[in-house]
Design a protein around this ligand. Structure first.
Ligand code: FAD
Length: 466
């Protein structure tokens, strides 16, 4: 039986970052991963392949929809879907191999196989051949991630009714793709296939897209996506879906009750959310229990059992790779006797559609519910010179600041490349910056980031370029 300071179960952004930091801090560490590659959902079937397809499909769409022609570039693109998928797969392979390199560099043992708790301080691993080995550890970190949430009445056949993993590898462009769920994953993958030629209908139970995001930002994004050709059926639930030949027959009903309607598609993507994954983990051997959603509770990354820690999608908080990474660092530093905190109030969220939506901190709806007095500074990209010369003027920057102290409380951006810009406000807000601090900070010209400064100026009604 091999013994370690720390054994981590799961090699996703939570697990692999925890393993790397443990190695850096001189702890002996093993990471147990059941997949044949490291990187978890994020690298294999999540963040990275979806961004690869979003990037490629955006360029294809720009060539196809006349956008490049506006710039004086006349091309007639031909879609080579197999090549588009291949370049995505090649990039993913490069990234997962990169984690193997980082493991070697930081002396992390990758134990290949599925891990199972076997009492406190023990993990049993079953490899591909069925061979079982046992590891011992002072501390065990559960980082087993999440899986797609199933929808009652809609059984995945992984051919015509698919989840996000299936939608990342289709061999043909759907004629009509119905996306169930207007969250981040549904909108991103719906965008990919819309750009490649599918008719896309998004069916959402709630009466708005992207629940939890700032409502004004979500509405602006919805308008843009609708203008691009996406159809939204909000306040609608899918009660049934059955595969008939090469088609799927769906039954839809108004969420508030009423007459049912039917809809036909050749592919259906179920993207109603994800749920924590703890299957076969042997929680009962240590007396750990999940809540109704399958979630493992934590306090400061500690589970209710001493010596067992939980991080990432399998525990509370937003299911995001950078949240898992932050928790990984904090958890391992605590194991190593250091102090570290995750600031859950400042975890940014991005929807990588076009335009993108990026936000951090509180939404207007949250501030209203809290009864907190706030000021709003907004600046549209139509007035930003870089966005204008690039013909990318959709969206705005919105800064919410405390009415009394001017501290920035929330930032909501809809527009071109805003995923790359929100980090500025993450840093500023981590340092409790005021809107005035941003307004007084020199930004390079011409860049889209000037819109962030102008929005901050506009908290006091002092934007200069509108
Ligand atoms: C299509 C899609 C797009 C996404 N895009 C983004 C994005 O742009 N940005 C973002 O921040 N997030 C994104 N996410 C979410 C992101 O992928 C997750 O939040 C992140 O991967 C969570 O990391 P994790 O380490 O907690 O879990 P995971 O990445 O799920 O990793 C858990 C790993 O544990 C392994 N495992 C589970 N049980 C065991 C066991 N018993 N023994 C051994 N191994 C086990 C699994 O095989 C898996 O590899 C996306 C997700 C999807 C599905």
């Amino acid at each position: 039986m091999k013994s370690y300071d720390v054994v981590i179960i799961g090699g996703g952004p939570g697990g692999y970052n925890a393993a790397i930091r443990a190695g850096q801090l001189g702890l002996s560490v093993a990471c147990v991963e059941g997949r044949s590659t490291l990187g978890g959902t994020c690298l294999n079937v999540g963040c990275m392949p979806s961004k690869a397809l979003l990037h490629a499909s955006e360029l294809y769409d720009a060539a196809n929809n006349g956008e490049l022609a506006t710039l004086g570039i006349e091309v007639k693109p031909t879609l080579n879907l197999a090549q588009m998928m291949k370049q995505k797969d090649d990039s993913v392979t490069g990234l997962t191999k990169g984690i193997e390199y980082l493991f070697r560099k930081n002396k992390v043992d990758w134990i290949k196989g599925w891990g199972r708790l076997d009492g406190v301080g023990k993990v049993k691993v079953t490899d591909e051949q069925g061979t079982v080995s046992e590891l011992q550890a002072k501390d065990i970190v559960i980082a087993t991630g999440s899986e797609p949430t199933p929808l009652p009445g809609v059984t995945l056949d992984h051919q015509r009714i698919i989840d996000s993993t299936g939608a990342l590898s289709l061999a043909e462009v759907p004629k009509h793709l119905v996306v169930i769920g207007a969250g981040v994953i549904g909108l991103e993958l719906g965008s990919v296939w819309r750009r490649l030629g599918s008719q896309v209908t998004v069916v959402e139970y709630l009466d708005r897209i992207c629940p939890g995001t700032d409502e004004e930002a979500a509405k602006t994004l919805q308008r843009s996506l609708a203008k691009q050709g996406m159809t939204f059926k909000l306040g609608t639930k899918v009660t049934q879906a059955s595969v008939v030949g090469n088609n799927v027959q769906l039954t839809l009903e108004p969420a508030a009750g009423g007459a049912a309607e039917s809809l036909e598609a050749d592919y259906v993507l179920v993207a109603i959310g994800r749920r924590p994954y703890t299957q076969g983990l042997g929680l009962e051997t240590v007396g750990l229990e999940t809540d109704k959603r399958g979630m493992l509770a934590n306090e400061g990354h500690r589970s209710t059992v001493p010596g067992i820690w939980v991080i990432g999608d399998v525990t509370s908080g937003p299911m995001l790779a950078h949240k898992a990474e932050d928790e990984a660092i904090a958890c391992i530093e605590r194991i190593a006797g250091k102090a570290h905190e995750v600031n859950y109030g400042l975890i940014p969220g991005v929807i990588y559609t076009r335009p993108e939506l990026a936000s951090v901190g509180k939404t207007e709806e949250q501030l209203k519910a809290e009864g907190r007095a706030y000021k709003v500074g907004k600046f549209p990209f139509t007035a930003n010179s870089r966005a204008k010369i690039n013909h990318e003027t959709e969206g705005f920057a919105k800064v919410l600041a405390d009415a009394n102290t001017d501290e920035v409380l929330g930032v909501h951006l809809v527009g071109p490349s805003v995923s790359e810009m929100i980090g500025e406000y993450c840093v500023a807000m981590e340092f409790s910056a005021s809107a005035e601090d941003i307004a007084l900070t020199c930004h390079p010209h011409p860049t889209r980031s000037e819109a962030l400064r102008q929005a901050a100026m506009n908290v006091e009604g002092m934007a200069m370029q509108i």
